[in-house]
Ligand binder design. Structure first.
Ligand code: SF4
Length: 283
């Protein structure tokens, strides 16, 4: 049997803490470039002004070490664990929660989670995180974190369609979802579209699609073409920056697809707002 590589659970905790501390304050450079490009190309004067404010906001946040938005969101953590990895102690998922706790307390981020969906009551430290674990080949651990504001999450939708709806049915559902979201999702948006799988899998596909590097096309040319065409269609809706009209409704659209049952066509549209906070590290 091959020797396993040992990864420290404390290092996972510290990495989660550091990724979130950075994610809520410093936007990824490609997102800032996308704001700037949209500002330079946006025909609506109001849209241009809003996009200029977004650029100014992220520069200010980085300079002053302040969160770029008051809603610092729910913590979503994807762990890809190589099959040749062993951890030096138990408690991996608890360590992820502890990393989130330390980030939110240490950087004075807003605690946005309630203990119970019906009885409410803030947990006080933004835990628990939503943790998703995948086993992958290799001897590395990839940690991908997202801080997801709820304005956009609330406007996301899932539907199990009939296969006869086809590609046009999925596009129609996407456009209706974005139009209905309007200003509530804080556009310009990043859109994750999941197609296939089943009821629980399709929403996860849409979430994973969001956190692909911004604008990186799908490796399958069929889906890469759909991404381009659907992004153009979204940007013809006229929602615009902050929903006040214009061409820049979305900055990027990513699709993830998976096999599904012959009798179903599951689709999910996970909307992310312009804050689009995510970071990743490999241990
Ligand atoms: S949806 Fe995004 S931009 Fe809007 S308030 Fe929430 S985190 Fe902030």
């Amino acid at each position: 049997m091959e020797a396993l590589r040992t990864v420290s659970v404390d290092q996972v905790r510290d990495t989660v803490r550091d990724l979130y501390t950075a994610a809520c304050v410093v936007v990824n450079p490609e997102l800032k470039r996308a704001y700037e490009k949209a500002r330079d190309e946006e025909p609506s004067p109001m849209g241009r002004e809003i996009l200029s404010m977004l650029v100014e906001n992220v520069e200010l946040a980085e300079r002053e070490r302040l969160p770029m938005c008051q809603d610092t969101g729910i913590a979503i953590v994807f762990l890809e664990i190589g099959e040749e990895v062993r951890f030096d102690r138990l408690g991996l998922v608890d360590a992820v929660h502890e990393g989130v706790r330390q980030a939110w307390k240490g950087a004075l981020l807003r605690a946005s989670l309630v203990k119970d969906p019906l009885r409410r009551g803030n947990t006080g430290d933004n835990t628990p995180a939503m943790v998703h674990v995948d086993l992958v080949p290799g001897d590395r651990v990839t940690i991908r974190v997202g801080a997801k504001g709820t304005g956009a999450e609330n406007m996301s939708k899932t539907k199990i369609m009939s296969p006869s709806a086809g590609v046009e049915g999925v596009k129609k559902f996407l456009l209706e979802t974005v139009q209905a979201a309007g200003p509530n999702a804080c556009p310009p948006l990043v859109l994750g579209v999941g197609v296939g799988g089943n009821f629980e899998e399709v929403t996860l596909l849409a979430k994973k699609a969001l956190y692909r590097p911004l604008g990186q096309p799908h490796p399958d040319p069929y889906y890469a073409d759909l991404e381009r065409a659907w992004l153009q269609a979204v940007n013809r809706l006229g929602v615009g920056p902050q929903g006040l009209g214009g061409r820049t409704t979305a900055l990027a659209l990513h699709i993830e697809a998976k096999p599904c049952h012959i009798g179903a066509l599951p689709v999910a549209v996970n909307i992310d707002c312009h804050a689009h906070r995510h970071k990743e590290a490999v241990l």
